[in-house]
Design a protein around this ligand. Structure first.
Ligand code: CDM
Ligand code: ATP
Length: 285
């Protein structure tokens, strides 16, 4: 018997960078939110090999794919020798700031833990997750979280109401490492008021939440790609309560009261350089 899992994308409602670590990573403080947009992963048992196929958006399904890296890591950590046939249906734009690869890696850890009856605990899966990438622990945990450390220290926050989200993904990708390297920690520009945003979430106030959106990585990515500023402005002019770049970019998102309103606004956006996706914040199951 096979199994099927949905792997959801994320947006960053805030992203603050506190310091640079000797290993090149940065200590961050950010509010992360899962959204409905998702990939789908199907798993079937196999004798010994692990194979990966894909459909939907184009993706390299070679050994570097985070799905295969997650599977190999799980084998190495547990000594498991069984194989698996994995199929990825890709809907989340790639290299977009939406944690597309990270969420696939998290789903692979969960899926193979089940398929291979490994019975690893949440904590053991979390320890493997951070070895695959800074966003993978959040993707495993899901929901609405305050993330610290390099992103692996997670604290659950009040779940956001199912506000509408319009994503605009420009027709290019952004390498995360290059954006972090480009940060000048002495001149970060506006920083998020994380505590105020935690309160806004607790109250479920869209206006307060939209007003507090802030991502210090914008100072690097928007300088490289000024068209992202234009997209942000257009989202607000057409009726979004607020707009922000997600992660290291280049995707920009706008917030609305619900998904229907997001659809109405998206139809007024007109000519925009990029793919427009209408979705909403994911509610807890
Ligand atoms: C921008 C965000 O997506 C916001 O959620 C994350 O901070 C990045 O998470 P990610 O893509 O899973 O990150 P990784 O794949 O672990 O790291 C890619 C590169 O980004 C930089 N990086 C990432 C996370 C972090 N806290 N500090 C960093 O400096 C490092 O140069 C690293 O080599
Ligand atoms: N399963 C996967 N899905 C998407 N990208 C993958 C996957 N496996 C490996 N990658 C590679 O990872 C890189 C980053 O892609 P991804 O879509 O995860 O970026 P991202 O959304 O910016 O991630 P993050 O928000 O975590 O920084 C790309 O170069 C891509 O080729």
């Amino acid at each position: 018997m096979g199994l099927s899992l949905l792997a959801h994308a994320k947006i960053n409602l805030t992203l603050d960078v506190c310091s640079r670590r000797p290993d090149g990573y940065h200590e961050v403080e950010m509010i992360m939110q899962q959204i409905q947009l998702h990939d789908r992963l199907d798993f079937w048992p196999a004798e010994k090999d692990i194979s990966l196929t894909s459909s939907g958006l184009a993706i390299d399904a070679g050994e570097d794919n985070l799905i295969l890296r997650a599977a190999r890591l799980l084998q190495k950590a547990t000594g498991e020798r069984k194989g698996a046939v994995i199929h990825l249906h890709k809907e989340i734009p790639v290299a977009a700031g939406l944690a597309g690869g990270s969420t696939d890696a998290a789903a692979t850890l969960v899926g193979l833990n089940q398929l291979w009856s490994l019975q690893l605990s949440r904590k053991q899966l979390m320890d493997l997750a951070v070895q695959l990438g800074a966003d993978v622990p959040f993707c495993l945990a899901g929901g609405t979280m305050l993330a610290r450390g390099i992103g692996e220290i997670l604290e659950p926050l009040s779940p956001a109401p199912s506000f509408g989200v319009i994503l605009v993904k420009p027709p290019f990708g952004v390498p995360t490492a290059k954006i972090y390297q480009g940060l000048n920690l002495d001149r970060l520009g506006p920083r998020p008021d994380t505590a105020a945003m935690v309160q806004a979430l607790a109250k479920g106030h869209l206006d307060e939440l939209a007003g507090g959106l802030c991502n210090v990585l914008e100072s690097v990515t928007l300088e490289l790609f000024p068209q992202l500023q234009t997209i942000k402005e257009k989202l607000v002019q057409t009726g979004c309560q607020g707009a922000l770049m997600s992660g290291s970019g280049p995707t920009v998102f706008g917030l609305t009261r619900d998904k229907q309103r997001a659809g109405e606004i998206a139809s007024k956006l007109g000519d925009l350089e990029g793919q427009v996706i209408i979705t909403e914040m994911k509610r807890p199951e």
